[in-house]
Design a protein around this ligand. Structure first.
Ligand code: G3I
Length: 387
């Protein structure tokens, strides 16, 4: 049964306040039989040690934030999620637009929103081949490894230092391995990533120092490797597993492994995600689902997905969440934004969409309901996490 999310939107769990944000009219509009349960939100139903997050683009979604008059989007964001990931606001092109210029304006606004709503922030990201500013792309053509190291070190120390104490998990290195089908075989992106390219003779030394610089700048933040196609046990996650072992043996302050969770109904779902998480957890690392969405191929002329597609989408979101719930070391589960109008998917995958857990009017999809139900069942005391 479709129901409005409005009845679920309440003040924050952390504040232990129960303040319906809509008046009697909205509540009365609920379908018969639906019990208005103010604590029935993703964040409130999550086990206490599991952060439930969403990506948010502060520059787009939070610029008009007025604490006394939040938009409907902002109300849902604060009511449902205990963690925020800046979808773009902490990337290189946003915070470091020129060699000597750091701009934290939209990232600071995001952190302020999170604080006001008792949310944690996942930092994203410090070393990536994409969304680097033009000056990095240009300068990197002639970088020596020492020059690349100096630029990266300054960036990491400055950015992580700026947010010291505000970020609980940092995606230090994002998508540093290529997929098997990219030029045959999993290997480090020593071509596309300008920093790894400049230090291609020993890219792991640079990578390890990136984690050390981040740790020195904020010893409390848990430092993650993060990638897509990294849910199940496969050639790529085997490469990450070997890398994690090496980094830990080298004394690098690696703290977590993140599977982004960008799935598509065009492909199957690898059910080995829990086993994959367990092997990283056995190394002493935290694990996380960091960017979950499940995109659906949509037929031209159709207004939406089929009921079967909707059901499979719900199963896949829930399977990723269940894997996280079943592994004690899973510290956060983040969806990559909502609603569909905000999703990156249609821009990048023409013909696919409907990837998020909320409709454009913020009403919940079956995927949302499935996740909420799994979180309810995992309430402390009943979940294997707490067993
Ligand atoms: O920079 C301009 C900005 O100045 C302008 O205001 C805006 C107007 O639309 O465009 C901006 O560029 C956008 C950029 O994000 C912001 O830096 C691009 O159009 C937009 O396509 C770009 O997309 C982001 C994408 O990363 C870039 O690779 C998506 O929003 C973001 O969801 C996506 O996120 C990545 C994760 O970081 C890593 N994992 C995969 C995931 C999905 O691609």
């Amino acid at each position: 049964m479709r129901r409005s999310l409005r009845s679920l939107v309440v003040a924050t769990a952390a504040a232990a306040l129960v303040l319906p944000l809509w008046g009697a009219t909205a509540a009365n509009a609920e379908p018969p039989g639906y019990s208005h349960a103010d604590k029935d939100t993703l964040r409130n139903q999550a086990p206490r040690d599991l952060a439930i997050g969403s990506a948010v683009w502060g520059k787009r979604d939070l610029v008009d934030y007025d604490r006394s008059a939040p938009t409907e989007y902002q109300q849902v964001l604060s009511a449902q999620f205990s963690s925020l990931t800046p979808e773009n606001d902490m990337k290189w092109d946003a915070v470091h637009p020129a060699p000597d210029v750091y701009d934290f304006s939209s990232a600071d606004a995001l952190v302020a929103f999170a604080k006001a709503n008792h949310q944690q922030v996942r930092g994203h990201t410090l070393l990536w081949h994409s969304q680097n500013p033009a000056w990095v792309t240009a300068a990197s053509q002639t970088w020596t490894c020492d020059q690349a190291r100096a630029v990266l070190e300054d960036h990491i120390r400055t950015v992580v230092g700026h947010f010291k104490g505000e970020i609980y998990e940092w995606d230090v290195a994002n998508e540093i391995f290529q997929d098997t089908w990219d030029n045959g075989g999993v290997r480090l992106r020593t071509e596309a990533n300008p920093f790894l390219k400049a230090c291609a003779a020993d890219p792991i030394a640079l990578l390890e120092d990136a984690f050390r610089w981040a740790h020195e700048a904020d010893p409390e933040a848990v430092l993650f490797l993060n990638d897509y196609n990294a849910e199940g046990i496969n050639e790529k996650t085997d490469a990450y597993y070997a890398l994690a072992q090496r980094m830990l043996a080298d004394g690098v302050p690696l703290g977590g492994f993140g599977a982004q969770g960008h799935l598509s109904l065009l492909y199957g779902f690898d059910t080995s995600i829990q086993a994959n998480f367990e092997r990283f957890a056995a190394l002493g690392l935290q694990v996380a689902v960091t960017e979950a969405d499940v995109r659906i191929p949509l037929q031209a002329g159709e207004t939406g997905p089929t009921p079967e597609q909707v059901a499979v989408q719900a199963e896949r979101y829930d399977a990723m969440l269940e894997a996280c719930l079943n592994v004690t070391a899973c510290s956060s589960f983040t969806v990559w934004g909502f609603p569909d109008a905000n999703s990156w998917v249609p821009d990048v995958f023409p013909g696919e969409g409907w990837a998020t857990i909320l409709e454009d009017d913020y009403s919940p999809k079956p995927a949302f309901d499935a996740m909420l139900e799994s979180l309810r069942e995992a309430t402390p005391g009943t979940s294997p996490r707490h067993g």
